[in-house]
Design a protein around this ligand. Structure first.
Ligand SMILES: O=C(O)C(=O)C[C@]1(C(=O)O)C=C[C@@H](O)C=C1
Length: 317
């Protein structure tokens, strides 16, 4: 993990060292000998990929308590040519830290990344009911900031924070949900389409053609009629007018699975704007389940049958 090497590939991540995003990048074997570039937000990480400065950027896309990370979903929808090439899960647990000597009773202001802050509501309401929140760029930036300025009295940070900074832990396990997990994706422009493993996900973003009744159902039928399961669907405002949405969708399977490819063809015919964000191995490695009626053979047999008819093959007797 050199920070200075010149010719090794670079990976960008929301830093500094110790963030959950940094933990996620540690799960990427190819990043082990690479240069790691700490950035301050998702936009900067994706800019690095677009400009070619980095081969990949690790970004948070969904939290099990807070839901989709809208900055990430919107950036993936609008920055052209980005592909998701991997998915990683990081359990998230939080501590409250302060400059040594501070007690909980001294805390008036808490610095925290907004997604982390939202995951610690119960603790904050019970223990610090009248605190003020100072948003920070990341979970480690919040804590590191305590040593640079006295604006905040305490910070929400990952439990490993004391390995990196001289801070005192005021409270542990302050997250509302002890099983909280954040899902990260590795985004690239140059790393190719990952191979099909049988335990894959495909991410897309699609818009409806108009707001006639039943359009959403029509879109979902593209998947249902090919036996393709969705593991996520979220709407995000397109931003050009009230009431216009795009849908962020994760499908079980790889674009090299016939049923997924066929569903995407159907979707492309239906939707005025479909973005293929990538097919990549699932972080949990759970094999995709489907009924035999939707296996690859059934799709290729049907296509061969049609080709036969179109090429004038005589009917079988
Ligand atoms: O990587 C970090 O530590 C971050 O601060 C970012 C982030 C996020 O963007 O969702 C990552 C995981 C936590 O759920 C909260 C914040």
């Amino acid at each position: 993990m050199s920070e200075t090497a010149a010719e090794t590939p670079t990976y960008s991540y929301l830093g500094p060292v110790g963030t959950f995003t940094w933990e996620a990048l540690r799960q990427v074997p190819e990043a082990a000998g690479a240069t790691w570039r700490s950035v301050s937000n998702v936009g900067e990480a994706l800019d690095d990929v677009v400009s070619g400065r980095s081969v990949g950027a690790m970004i948070a896309i969904e939290n099990s308590v807070e839901g989709g990370v809208s900055a990430t979903q919107d950036a993936l929808a609008t920055v052209p040519g980005l592909r998701i090439v991997g998915e990683y899960l990081v359990p998230v647990d939080f501590v409250l830290v302060a400059r040594p000597g501070t007690t909980l009773a001294d805390v008036r202001t808490v610095s925290a990344h907004p997604v982390a802050y939202a995951q610690c509501r119960r603790f904050l309401e019970a223990q610090l009911p009248s605190h003020g929140h100072i948003p920070s760029a990341s979970n480690v930036a919040s804590a590191a900031g305590l040593l640079e300025s006295t604006l905040a009295d305490a910070a929400i940070a990952p439990p490993n924070i004391t390995e990196h900074h001289d801070l005192a832990v005021l409270a542990e396990h302050i997250g509302d949900n002890p099983h909280a997990v954040t899902r990260f994706v590795l985004v690239s422009r140059t790393l190719g389409l990952p191979q099909r493993t049988g335990a894959d996900k495909t991410s897309i973003i699609a818009e409806l053609p108009d707001d006639a009744p039943g359009r959403l159902l029509e879109m979902l039928e593209q998947f249902a009629t090919r036996g393709v399961n969705m593991s996520l669907i979220e709407s995000r405002p397109i931003g050009d007018a009230l009431g216009r949405y795009r849908f962020v969708i994760d499908l079980d399977g790889h674009i090299h699975d016939e049923r997924v490819a066929d569903a995407l063809l159907g979707l492309r015919r239906f939707s005025p704007n479909v973005l293929f964000l990538g097919s990549y191995p699932r972080a949990d490695k759970r094999p995709v389940e489907f009924v035999p009626q939707y296996s690859d053979d059934v799709f290729t047999d049907a296509r061969d049958w049609l080709r036969g008819i179109l090429s004038g093959e005589p009917p079988l007797t």
